[in-house]
Structure formats: C-alpha cells, structure tokens
Design a protein around this ligand. Structure first.
Ligand SMILES: Cc1cc2nc3c(=O)[nH]c(=O)nc-3n(C[C@H](O)[C@H](O)[C@H](O)COP(=O)(O)OP(=O)(O)OC[C@H]3O[C@@H](n4cnc5c(N)ncnc54)[C@H](O)[C@@H]3O)c2cc1C
Length: 302
C-alpha cells in the first residue's frame, strides 16, 4: 500500500473516547494529518452520571453534556471522525504499515493509536442475551430509554458503575435494587453515601443471582441469600459487573504486544484499554496528549 493511496493516513486513532479525542486535538495543533475512527463518539463518558473530578468543572458535569462539549471542540477545530466498526487490525510486514479493516472500508497507517477502551463483562447466565435482545437488560446506561411501564429496576454489581447507574436513574419514578454478591461494596464511599440517603434505592448485599428469564415482558430472577432461595421480578435490569479491555479485533501479534504492555515507536495503547483499575477521564486524556506529542516528535525528527 503506497502512502499516496487515499486510504492511507500517517496516523490512525481507534476510538473517540476521551483518550482518542485528546490525541486527535493534540495532533491537529501540530498540523499532523490523521484519521479517527469509532463506533460511538464520547465512548464510556456517555455512561457517567456526574463527572466531578475534571478540572474546570467546579459544579461537575453530566457525561452526556461533557460529550456535547467534546463534539463542539471537534467542530471548532474542524476535526471529522469516521463512524464505523473496526473488525480487525494487523501489521503488514512488507511495508511496515497497520491495516485497519472496518465494516465500511479499509485503511492503512504508519502510526496507530489504539484507544478502544473497555467492554462490559457479562453474567454468562442462560437467557441473558435473549433479555438483552428483547431490550429488558443492558450493560450501558447510555442505551437506556425510560418507559412508563418500567417501575422496578435491578442493577447487578457492587462497584462505582452500579452505584453511578442507580444515582442516574433516580430522576425517573422507579424503585431501584442494587444486588451485590459481596457484603462490602467496592464503590467510592461518596457514591455509597448518596445511595444510602435515597429512599428509592435499596442495596441488597450477599445476594447471588442464580438464573434469569423473561416472563411476560418482565424479568424473573432466582437469587440466593444466606442459603435461602427466592424469586424476584423486575421490569428492567442493568448488569455492571466490571469491564475488560477491548482488544478482540487485534491480530494475535498485536495482542501479544498489548499483553506485554509494549508501546512501539509507531504503536500506542492509551486510555482505559491499558489503565487497569485507574480508569479515569483525566488519565485517558493525558495518555492521548502524551502519545500525540511523541508521534509529533518522531515525525519532526525525521
Ligand atoms: C458509569 C461510569 C461513570 C464514570 N464516571 C467517571 C467520572 O466521574 N470521572 C472520570 O474521570 N471517569 C469516569 N468514568 C470512566 C471514564 O468514562 C473512562 O475512564 C473514559 O471514558 C476512558 O476513555 P477511553 O478513551 O480510554 O475509552 P472509552 O471512553 O471507552 O472509548 C473507547 C472508544 O473506542 C471505540 N471503539 C471500541 N471498539 C471499537 C470498534 N470495534 N470499532 C470502532 N470503535 C470502537 C468506542 O466507540 C469509543 O469511541 C466513568 C465510567 C462509567 C462506566
């Protein structure tokens, strides 16, 4: 693939979450030509109820409004993103380029920034996918549309996302149960405190989900708590039981580099995909700016 081909960009950024967006803005400032591709603009920031740890937002900002500002920033700088789903990424050894295959096209680059974030983990219970397809269960609150018949929601999980989802849902006239297997919550104590004082949210500890199924357009779950089984019914369910790095589209060779945490001079893993338990917007944005600056130095030093 020649560098003159219209599908070639010196730099390709995978992902328009905070990490990818920050690297795009930094590259633009240095007048470096790049392409940024993603499935969803804003990434996981779309799921945040209220972001309170970002400099410059003393009152906090909702994830949705933050993403609106990110989009405005792109528009102001005339940065365009390509909306597509990446299917595979590999390295073409003969000309040392990365090959990015999407649903609607193929692209090549010299530098590659992978900022594809994380995917939500599943419960891996029978019937889970069916409930998701029937729009009775989801993993991302940003996909949720409130309907009047939804009165009772279960959230499975005990971490920040589960508590954040519950606090996000209290704007609707619904009762929310946070169901967690453990006796202790893994969430920030600040979020736990807010949940505790909200009469529409109940935290049920030491409850294990055994099975789930659809029953007349509702969810019927079987749970066990302190050796006692019971059946519970809900109108909707969120599963927030953790997230794992989104690397499934990488070739075996690139996955190996990812697992060894190797950033090459032409390949960068940035943001949540590599930040393990330190998954925060500011860290992702810092990663984005840093790797863009390294690419600029690399190009200008030639
Ligand atoms: C409920 C919740 C609340 C949060 N609250 C806060 C908070 O208050 N403060 C804070 O700092 N952080 C918060 N976070 C964390 C924050 O959202 C993440 O740290 C941040 O979004 C990570 O940015 P990223 O760019 O690395 O990845 P992501 O935001 O996950 O972006 C990944 C990008 O890659 C794209 N992508 C992935 N796979 C493909 C594919 N195959 N093809 C095309 N595109 C693809 C996605 O569409 C997306 O654009 C919260 C997260 C959640 C879930």
């Amino acid at each position: 693939m020649s560098n003159l081909n219209k599908n070639f960009s010196p730099v390709i950024i995978v992902g328009c979450g905070p990490a990818g967006i920050a690297s795009a803005i930094q590259l633009k400032r240095s007048n470096i030509d790049f392409k940024i591709i993603c499935r969803r603009f804003g990434g996981n920031a779309n799921n945040a109820n209220k972001i309170e740890n970002l400099l410059g937002f003393p009152e906090g900002i909702s994830g949705k409004n933050f993403v609106v500002l990110l989009k405005k920033h792109f528009e102001t700088l005339l940065i365009h993103f390509t909306q597509d789903i990446i299917q595979s990424i590999s390295k073409e050894n003969e000309d040392d380029q990365f090959h990015i295959k999407c649903e609607n096209g193929e692209f090549y680059s010299k530098f590659l920034i992978i900022a594809s974030g994380t995917n939500p983990k599943k419960l891996r219970l029978n019937g889970e996918t069916k409930l998701w397809r029937r729009n009775l269960l989801d993993y991302e609150i940003s996909n949720f549309t409130y309907k009047k018949n939804i009165k009772k929601i279960a959230i499975i999980g005990s971490g920040d996302a589960a508590y954040d989802y519950a606090l996000n849902l209290v704007k609707y006239p619904v009762k929310i149960d946070i169901i967690q297997r453990t006796a202790e919550s893994k969430s920030l104590s600040l979020l736990q405190k807010r949940v505790r004082v909200n009469s529409n949210i109940t935290v049920i500890k030491e409850m294990k989900l055994l099975s789930l199924k659809e029953d007349n357009n509702k969810i019927r779950i079987k749970v066990i708590r302190r050796s006692k089984e019971e059946i519970r019914n809900y109108d909707f369910m969120f599963v927030a039981v953790g997230r794992s790095p989104n690397i499934k589209f990488l070739s075996a060779e690139l996955q190996k580099l990812y697992k060894k945490s190797i950033n090459l001079s032409h390949l960068f893993f940035i943001g949540d995909i590599k930040n393990k338990s330190h998954r925060q917007i500011s860290i992702a944005m810092g990663d984005g700016v840093k790797c863009a600056m390294e690419i600029v130095s690399n190009i200008n030093d030639k």
